[in-house]
Design a binder for this molecule. Structure first.
Ligand code: SAM
Ligand code: DTB
Ligand code: SF4
Length: 331
């Protein structure tokens, strides 16, 4: 039903949804999920940090910001062949999306960028959806990546516009929105979400969900991260994220953006199977797989495989393969 897909949500409406009695919220989100998506399907994405640490920015949560002395091993941009062999392993393990992350403030037009463009070409030719998260991006750079076969670009809002300045001062909320706009204009799928547990209020989460769900187009994927507290960062002593808050965020995102892939992102190592199952029930339909996110631990492929078996979930095939199956059926 078209009236479910709305871009004119008000803060008040979102407040009402977010604050519903928890199980009622989960049931409503589950129904919306069932209506628009195959609820047995979960997209499996693999992350690789292709350039690690030494970042100039001051994002208060980040292990890769140079100024915080977090003990992360700094690593220059990886070689293309090395990246492609990681991508091949991820594909073998069942991933259909491969996301390459770089600890950059922004993309610069230099040889490193040319190398990333080559990596994108390579992964795309392997038949996986290629995603990058490289910081701020101009429209021309987004087009260059699109021409190389980039499928999606991840750039998170992280929190509300109001709380943002408590977390990052070296670039603005508006810079972020501009990058998202450039990605859209290049015809690349948008992956945009945020983090909970930064010290924000419930209102900030509601405002962030409002910004996401009232963009000119809903992001195709919405990662919801729980803060992974990192020693050395200003947020190292933050309180652990309450799993019920994670479920509330996922369920609200599912209701506001029924067709988006809602990704249960950072924080899964702190969640048991029942807690993750509730997230899937509440509408999460994507995860990061593999024992490392960018720099922090994540459940192993084997653990996730066992979880999929137990819950009766199946990895979602990549868009391209889905098309191929369709074409084959037509012949
Ligand atoms: N440097 C690029 C940027 O900032 O856009 C790309 C990489 S950056 C690490 C990607 C996202 O990872 C951040 O926007 C943030 O949402 C998430 N992230 C980073 N550190 C995190 C942490 N400790 N806990 C949860 N999420 C985190
Ligand atoms: C997203 O929303 N979460 C991922 C991905 N996009 C790039 C990153 C999570 C990073 C967690 C901290 C780390 O491993 O360094
Ligand atoms: Fe740098 Fe991205 Fe980390 Fe911010 S989130 S410090 S921009 S790597």
């Amino acid at each position: 039903m078209q009236q479910d897909i709305r871009k004119n949500w008000t803060i008040e409406e979102i407040y009402e949804i977010y604050n519903m009695p928890l199980l009622e919220l989960v049931v409503r989100a589950a129904n919306m999920h069932k209506k628009y998506n195959d609820t047995a399907e979960v997209q499996v994405c693999t992350l690789l940090s292709i350039k690690t640490g030494g970042c100039t920015e001051d994002c208060a949560y980040c292990p890769q910001a140079a100024r915080y002395h977090t003990g992360v091993d700094v690593h220059a941009l990886m070689k293309k062949d090395e990246v492609l062999s990681y991508a091949a392993k991820a594909k073998e393990a069942g991933s259909t999306r491969f996301c390459m992350g770089a600890a950059w403030r922004e993309v610069r037009d230099n040889r490193d960028f040319d190398r990333v463009v080559e990596m994108v070409k390579g992964v795309n030719e392997m038949g996986m959806e290629v995603c990058c998260t490289l910081g701020m991006l101009s429209e021309t750079q987004a087009k260059k990546l699109a021409d190389a076969g980039l499928y999606a670009y991840n750039h998170n809002l992280d929190t509300s516009a109001e709380y943002y300045e408590h977390i990052i001062t070296t670039r603005t909320y508006n810079d972020r929105l501009e990058t998202l706009d450039n990605v859209r204009k290049a015809g690349v799928s948008v992956c945009c979400g945020g983090i909970i547990g930064l010290g924000e209020k419930h209102e900030d989460r509601i405002k962030m969900l409002h910004t996401l769900s009232t963009l000119p187009e809903h992001p195709e994927s919405v990662p919801i991260n729980a803060l992974v507290p990192i020693a050395g960062t200003p947020l190292e002593h933050n309180q652990k994220v309450d799993v019920w808050d994670m479920i509330r965020m996922i369920a609200t995102a599912r209701i506001l953006m029924p067709k988006a892939m809602v990704r249960l992102s950072a924080g899964r190592t702190n969640m048991n199977l029942s807690e993750q199952a509730l997230c899937f029930l509440a509408g999460a339909n994507s995860i990061f797989a593999g024992d490392k996110l960018l720099t922090t631990p994540n459940p192993s492929f084997e653990e996730d495989d066992a979880m999929f078996q137990l819950l009766g979930l199946k990895p979602r095939v990549s868009f391209k393969e889905e098309k191929k199956i369709g074409e084959a059926t037509l012949v």
